[in-house]
Design a protein around this ligand. Structure first.
Ligand code: G6P
Length: 610
């Protein structure tokens, strides 16, 4: 979603703001802009445009911005108003002296706008964000910080804000409530950004701004205050991941790079979390006794993370016999879930900033549940609001379509399932050790599949012309079918549906003909024969089948036009393996169609509005 970068220091602001903003492209956006305070005359200057940052770079070749050491920049993902130049950020007040960039949604903007308009403030955009600039102006120009403070008290909704004013040309004000914002602390320079990846090449020292905090930032000082104006301690943390992690390193796309990182991600997780054959869930924040007392588990998540949650349900119930419900976060909140202090809510989120998941967690806590999050981004909002955190440590995921974060979430689900199985005494030591051994072998298995990627690419290209796809799976691979379909639609824009294969006869079969491709996830399993029956039904209706099958399964050749073989693994662990060909199919089809794989249209990496 929207990306924010701000700078105050001694360097030329515009090129720095643009290159940092480029690192936030992955969040998804449809217009962008930059605004600076001129070093020469102290005036504010702004350039903005619909489309990509490259458009802005091109625009600046003819409409240069003045030399400056202070500025803010923004990528906008349209919510209120189309992606036009006038709706792009930064937004100025009527005098043109105050400039703001905003991520989030101001829910009461219409009433604020009407009030400000009646006082003579002129609006030039359809956005909710513009009210913020006018509101700050309405509180006078003597004290920018106080004016911002008063403004924030009037806003209902969520925001991350960067603010500059030509009256205070050496300052940058930042604030957050519900939308992510970090401060990068440098030497004689400071930054704000929506996430660390934007400023990693300048500094690793980060202050994670908390909800309700306002920062007054100069080139040599960062002061953080709460909403009432009381100074609060600002903890500087040093992030450890390298710049390589946010670069493509020779891969044509971040998505392909991240697909290739999956064996490493999983292997790092397993070596950290499996000690002497025992699962170590440091960070979970609950004792084994407290975990045993949890009578039921509810998993909340969105998008790909929701599919990881669904796999979690299958394996936790099968291994540990604890009842698990899974909800998309946006539904959980409004369906009055039955929760009490004996419910464990597991929130799964790559970014830790997904607004619906955060709202679900707040709802769960208000109803007395314990909340453990499975999250990739250290220090994100979700991790701060949970009783315990299991970090996936998959490294920054830049491709909008989630891949390595999913595998890492799955890995954590297996570890959790094993942990529950052990503390509930539901598995023999032998079965635990066999699953642990199986898990440890998965990274090598994924590497083997990756070696076969040219063949998968060929199959994908040969099927790239199909106008629609159906993905079928059963049991633990039903969520894999959902994830395969999601990956394909996200980046190829081909209508794709995931179904439990048993449900095919209850609807999707009506769609099957020679124009429909069907991906059947058919590894060796207890439901293998049932999947074969489904494949026969598809073939009888001329559907084109791409099967994902276990090495050595020659029998499947009579049923499928294309087969992608994966090595044999424990039946319960197959989702960790089958997802890889599904990711590669989606990737190569999107590439064949000439799509922007890393930044698919209309999608945002981190959905920070409900
Ligand atoms: C967006 C992303 C998806 C992601 C979902 C949940 O829709 O495009 O890739 O799965 O949000 O995000 P989270 O950060 O909570 O895992």
């Amino acid at each position: 979603m929207c990306g924010i970068v701000g700078y105050v220091g001694k360097k030329e602001a515009t090129p720095l703001l643009l290159s940092a903003l480029k690192r936030l492209e992955y969040r998804g956006y449809d217009s962008c802009g930059v605004g600076v305070i001129s070093l020469k005359d102290g005036r504010i200057a702004v350039q903005k445009t619909p489309g990509k940052i490259q458009n802005l770079v091109d625009l600046l070749k003819t409409k240069d911005l003045p030399l400056s050491h202070v500025g803010i920049s923004h990528t906008r993902w349209a919510t209120h108003g189309k992606p036009t130049r006038s709706n792009a950020h930064p937004h100025a007040d009527t005098s043109g002296k105050i400039l703001i960039v905003h991520n989030g949604i101001i829910e009461n903007y219409q009433e604020l706008k009407a009030e400000l308009q009646s006082k003579g403030y002129r609006f030039t955009s359809e956005t909710d964000s513009e009210v913020i600039a006018h509101l700050i102006a309405s509180f006078g120009r003597d004290d920018l910080f106080k004016a911002v403070q008063k403004t924030l008290k009037k806003l209902v909704g969520s925001f991350a804000l960067g603010i500059i004013s030509s009256d205070f040309p050496d300052r940058l004000i930042a604030a957050r409530l519900g939308s992510p914002l970090i401060i990068g602390v440098g030497k004689d320079e400071n930054f704000i950004a929506s996430d660390v990846s934007a400023i990693l090449e300048h500094t690793r020292k980060i202050i994670y701004l908390k909800d309700g905090e306002i920062a007054d930032i100069r080139s040599d000082e960062v002061c953080v205050y709460d909403l009432s104006g009381r100074k609060v301690p600002a903890k500087i943390q040093t992030v450890s991941f390298k710049l390589d992690a946010v670069q493509k390193e020779g891969f044509p796309h971040f998505m392909l790079k991240e697909i290739h990182e999956q064996p490493e991600v999983l292997s790092a997780m397993l070596s950290l979390r499996l000690k002497k054959g025992m699962v170590v869930l440091e960070g979970i924040g609950l004792s084994d006794t407290a975990l045993v007392q949890c009578r039921n588990i509810m998993i909340v998540a969105c998008g790909t993370a929701y599919h990881a949650g669904l796999v979690g349900k299958y394996i936790i119930e099968q291994l540990a016999c604890v009842p698990v419900a899974v909800d998309v976060s946006s539904e959980f909140r409004y369906r009055s879930p039955i929760i009490d202090k004996n419910t464990l809510v597991i929130a799964v989120s790559q970014s830790g900033e997904t607004a619906d998941t955060l709202a679900a967690v707040r709802e769960a806590k208000a109803r007395g549940a314990k909340v453990v999050s499975i999250c990739n981004v250290v220090g994100s909002s979700l991790t701060r609001e949970s009783d315990g955190v299991l970090y996936t440590h998959a490294g920054p995921e830049i491709g909008v379509a989630s891949t390595k974060a999913y595998t890492a979430q799955l890995g954590m689900m297996y570890l959790l399932a094993l942990k529950f199985a052990v503390i509930h005494k539901k598995l023999s030591g032998f079965r635990v050790q066999s699953l642990v051994k199986g898990l440890k072998e998965i990274p090598a298995t994924l590497k083997k599949i990756l070696k076969d990627k040219a063949r998968i690419a060929k199959i994908a290209r040969a099927n790239a012309h199909f106008g629609s796809f159906l993905f079928l799976g059963r049991n633990v691979n039903f969520p894999s079918a959902l994830e395969g379909a999601l990956k394909l639609k996200e980046i190829s824009y081909i209508p794709a549906e995931g179904y439990a294969a048993g449900e095919m006869k209850h609807g999707p079969i009506a769609l099957i003909d020679e124009y429909r491709a069907v991906v059947c996830i058919t590894p060796e399993s207890d439901t293998y024969e049932k999947m074969i029956s489904n494949m026969q039904e598809i073939r009888a209706r001329k559907g084109k089948i791409i099967a994902i099958a276990t090495d050595g399964d020659t029998g499947i050749r009579q049923h499928a036009s294309n087969i992608i073989y994966v090595p044999k693994v424990d039946r319960l662990l197959t989702p960790l393996v089958t997802v890889l060909p599904l990711q590669l199919i989606a990737y190569y089809i999107a590439v064949a169609r000439g799509n922007d794989v890393d930044q698919p249209r209309n999608l945002a990496k981190s959905v920070t509005v409900e």
